[in-house]
Ligand binder design. Structure first.
Ligand code: ATP
Length: 492
């Protein structure tokens, strides 16, 4: 039987049985190439050598160590290598005990990264990529994205990935749940890579914020407080959560019981040294008469306080707006950047439930006046030392149409997924801000939220310190000298 080879397209060969009969249907068959046996053996041997070289290069450090110890054992007996291993172990133990941070940086995390690369990511990479639909097959050849490196920390693994040509981060964002389950993580987030064509995958192995963070220690030194980053809790990576107050306004959105109070009180706690020094005033507006009223004495001594629904709260806001205008007129042409002083203290206006003033207040006139004062304060107050901090339960537009005047926003636990983007900006939830999935159990989820830091568009998970009633009492004692140190100054 005679066969002839035909090319259907580039790289595609078929064999067709040659036939003299022009009407006979063509008989197709895959081409069979008969290789000389020696050539096959040679190619396989070459492949084996290349794989061995790649393995040795990839594992040069452990292989060299093992080889060196084996050589020493062979040459001088087993006592020497065992002694060396014991000494190295003791040295590492001593390093760990003396300076844990540097030990983890130079030994602990690199070893863990290597271990997780080999035992988790490289091992499960192919099946997870295929199942998640991130691989492609072309002409029966499988193309997989590649792992560039893995960086492990105490709670998170960061995996730098080279995507397939033509792939975009959206394709990865759409399958974060598959990736998390595939690699045994509780959560996976996609972050921008170090160059086009690469993305960082952030796998959360363990929730670093699952247990409440006690109120941060009270600081006595005003110089230690930085208004461009007051520390109010912890970030997921273990670093401090610094919240900018100078030059911005802050919106704290969270469903009922989400822990808005702990954010507000952590801010006041961090500001206390500056309040005592006369450089910061906190004006508190407390429609709920629950959260802020506990520390009313503090606000009355170092600022102002109102919980009066019949106009008192709105008057306080209007007073702030008037004062801000006066300040702006005095600064015009003289001051370019604000520095807090005794004459012009930095004023923080805290509104515990914004929606009460802007949406739920029964008096239309009061609502209109409150909205107007808030709009003035938020649109013009930043540069003259005013910061409005508003808390609200409902992130919907109908309830707060001033949302866009708050440049800094914090999303605590939210009821619906679409509220996440309303608070943090479009695409935030796709980038991993799952504020709607924060646990409603207070011990696990209260005070937990997502923020966008100035340095990166990617949302960061944070938890505010829990300022208990006893902590507030301690603050009052520190600031006023007695738990009920009323000053007698009139509430607005
Ligand atoms: N940071 C935190 N860590 C641990 N538990 C917290 C934290 N913040 C608050 N809690 C707990 O969660 C409960 C609800 O907190 P909080 O009252 O501050 O919520 P909220 O958002 O102000 O709710 P609402 O809008 O209904 O007033 C509190 O009883 C408190 O025990």
């Amino acid at each position: 039987m005679a066969w002839e080879f035909r090319k259907l397209g580039p790289g595609e060969n078929v064999a067709v049985e040659a036939s003299g009969d022009p009407f006979a249907p063509p008989k197709w068959a895959p081409p069979v190439w008969h290789m000389p046996e020696g050539l096959v053996l040679l190619v396989n041997a070459l492949r084996g050598v290349l794989a061995l070289v790649a393995f040795v290069v990839r594992n040069i450090v452990p292989l060299s160590l093992a080889g060196g110890l084996a050589w020493l054992g062979q040459r001088y007996g087993w006592r020497l290598p065992v002694g060396l291993v014991v000494m190295a172990g003791a040295g590492l133990g001593g390093w760990w005990a003396a300076d844990r941070a540097s030990f983890l940086r130079w030994v602990g995390w690199p070893v863990l990264s290597r271990w997780r690369l080999v035992r988790v990511y490289r091992r499960d990479w192919q099946p997870v990529m295929v199942t998640a639909g991130l691989s492609r097959t072309h002409k029966r050849r499988e193309y997989l994205p590649a792992i560039v490196k893995v960086r492990s920390g105490p709670t998170t693994d960061r995996v730098l990935v080279r995507m397939l040509k033509g792939q975009a981060p959206d394709a990865w964002e759409a399958v974060t749940a598959n990736l998390a389950h595939g690699f045994g993580a509780t959560l996976c987030r996609v972050r921008g890579g170090d160059r086009p064509g690469r993305v960082w995958l952030e796998f959360v192995r363990k929730d670093a914020l699952a247990t409440p963070i006690p109120a941060l220690p009270l600081c006595e030194d005003p110089a230690a407080v930085d208004l461009t980053g007051v520390v109010i809790g912890r970030c997921e990576d273990g670093g401090p959560w610094r919240l900018r107050l100078l030059g911005t306004h802050v919106l704290v959105a969270g469903a009922t019981g989400a822990g808005k109070g702990s954010v507000l009180w952590s801010i006041v706690r961090a500001l206390l040294p500056l309040m005592r020094a006369g450089l910061v005033e906190v004006w508190a507006i407390d429609p709920k008469r629950m959260e802020l009223s506990y520390g009313r004495a503090l606000f009355e001594r170092y600022g102002r306080y109102s919980d009066d629904p019949d106009g008192g709260m709105v008057e306080l806001l209007e007073a702030a707006a008037r004062d801000m205008n006066t300040r702006a007129a005095q600064f015009a042409g003289k001051v370019r950047s604000f520095t807090a002083s005794h004459e012009y203290p930095f004023r923080v206006v805290i509104v515990d439930e914004l929606a009460f003033l802007t949406a739920y207040c029964p008096s239309k006139d009061l609502r209109r006046r409150a909205e107007s004062a808030l709009a003035i304060l938020t649109s013009q107050g930043r540069s003259v030392g005013y910061c409005v901090i508003g808390a609200q339960q409902d992130a919907r537009k109908e309830v707060n149409n001033l949302r866009n005047l708050f440049p800094t926003r914090i999303a605590l636990r939210l009821d619906e997924d679409e509220q996440v983007d309303m608070v943090l900006g479009d695409g935030s939830r796709d980038r991993g801000a799952y504020a709607d999935k924060i646990s409603p159990i207070p011990r696990i989820g209260a005070g937990v939220g997502f923020v966008r830091l100035e340095t990166s568009p990617d949302p960061v998970r944070v938890r505010a310190g829990y300022v208990s009633d006893d902590d507030i009492d301690a603050m009052v004692v520190m600031a006023l000298g007695s738990p009920d140190g009323e000053t007698g100054s009139e509430a607005a």
